[in-house]
Design a binder for this molecule. Sequence first.
Ligand code: PLP
Length: 437
Amino acid sequence: DFLSGLDNAGVRDADTQRVLHSWSAQSTLKPLPIAGGLGSTVWDHDGRHYLDFSSQLVNVNLGYQHPKVVAAIQEQAAQLTTIAPAAANATRAEAARLILERAPEGFEKVFFTNGGADANENAIRMARIATGRDKVISTYRSYHGNTGAAIVATGDWRRIPNEYARGHVHVFGPYLYRTEFWATTPEEESERALRHLERTVQAEGPTSIAAILLETVPGTAGILTPPPGYLAGVRAIADRYGIMLILDEVMAGFARTGEWFAFDAFDVRPDLITFAKGVNSGYVPLGGVIVSEHIARVFDEQVFPGGLTYSGHPLAAASVVATLTAMAEEGVVEHAKAIGADHIGPALRSLAERHELIGEVRGSGVFWAVELVEDRDTRAPLDAAAMGRFKSYLLEAGLLPFISENRIHVVPPAVVTADEVASGIAIIDAALDELRA
Ligand code: PLP
């Protein structure tokens, strides 16, 4: 048996010799060999345990190996492991029903994808066809996925309605701590970011713009909770110019912010919602687009020119059904909100009182960012070498962190306990002491 008897070094060697890793130069990689996991903890092949404050790529919202989700995947596997998207499938239909149950009124259909990137691809496709327009406005400091060429390389009719990987326009969104707008209050930041957006719409030509695509709360870019009025203001601009609003809930959705959808905490309603990650904690790859009624109508008579071999894959659909059911039964969304408000937030703020290195703490639920700075007045980001040392201390002490630029994102599974929060934050506390020493 290939796996038996392998230790960390063996797994790491076997992996790095043949697996090409994402976003990295390969020669210096030392990936952590993960053997198993349960709840908010994972362990390696040498028996070391790590408290996971990253949820991997901020997707394991329900924690590792939830027994009901594992059982649902096993049951579906025993019944039917795969079926084409063109077939009707009961598990897929139930997954769609449960997702729509969480969406606001007026959302009618779900298009399933393999993950977040192709969810955004398809939402953009829908907005372009629904409006007959081309351009898409999104923000600097965002991440929407890693695709863009396959359909344009395609050599049959499907390329023709999809030759649109062009016309992408970027604006700055609100980020008061590092404001692009010389703002001093959240209200000012909001107002000026909206003016910048509207002026960009006007300058680009409103009738050329199909969609505004935003992460409801930009995640990888720094967990930038929008200031009061911003999302409602974007909605108003979209309405004024006949533009579709796509909210990317891939990272922020399904309990991450302490809501089912992050936008539930704001006065805004999108035309299209994209999701992935938390919808099934990534147990089986799946994402999708939730389509509002008026866009769904467009495809009643007109062909929807999009599709994927594994759209609505039964194993993935079974994991969605079990995840959303477990989340509701176990009050996971409410737990995420409370653990953020009562434990993570207060603990991080208390760290900020004791450590000069912390420039700002922001977030909600199980979605927090801590900015580390050289100097609180200049807000100069802590450099990469120091962040590297910080990450090593944390791993050494048994905490799996999510580090991005000069920030640590505190993004544990939504089922993390108060005790786990306390022990994880104690490790961060000690690492900050070591960093200054
Ligand atoms: N959108 C957001 C907000 C994300 O954070 C990500 C992934 O991190 C994506 C889209 C892309 O998702 P995927 O990697 O599943 O394609």
